[in-house]
Design a protein around this ligand. Sequence first.
Ligand code: DHB
Ligand code: MG
Length: 216
Amino acid sequence: MLPSERDVRYLESLYPPDPDLERVRAGMEAQGMPDIAIRPAYGRLLTLLVAASGARRVLEIGALAGYSAICLARGLPPGGRLISLEKNPDYARVAHAHVAAAGLADRVEIRVGDALTLMPALVAEPAHPSFDLVFIDADKQHYPDYLEWSLRLLRPGGLLVADNALMHGRVADPADAAPAVEAMRRFNRRVATDPRLVSTMLPAYDGLVLARVREG
Ligand code: DHB
Ligand code: MG
């Protein structure tokens, strides 16, 4: 059974207001951006995953307005770093403003461009430091490619997190053959079967993929 709206509201009501994240939601609305940032419970999960895994280098694919960037960056230790890739320069500007307003600009770098250009560039960087955690929440059609590049960028033991595995019921609908839906099916199947990964997929909200790169 999936949680009802009442259950979700109840759980949210337990937490104190979060002005930095409320500013992001308000800013998205003011800018006419789609309200597709992750839900608050998943934001808190991102913070927990970064903190609990001790991640110091985090990569995000798709910044939108900076909601998840703030959640990821909150979990970093002093000296930790989040690199967030965003294709839309207007979104990147908005995201940076929200991250700065949340007091996290010192540990977040937003790179503007296509992730399928920027991820290979990260692999090719002279030092090529690997990442402890990658969060994918961008163009659904490119998820299989983001996965391949993530596997090259993550260290053994690193974590992969991805939003929208279900695409609001479309992925499990056999009648839906849209390219983005087919891409998500390929992505999900690869995550579930790739021998390099240990994974689970949470069905609540819109499907969240959690995977760990095997060591050795
Ligand atoms: C939608 C939701 C998302 O979380 C996302 O990353 C992209 C699109 C949507 O509801 O359309
Ligand atoms: Mg999403």
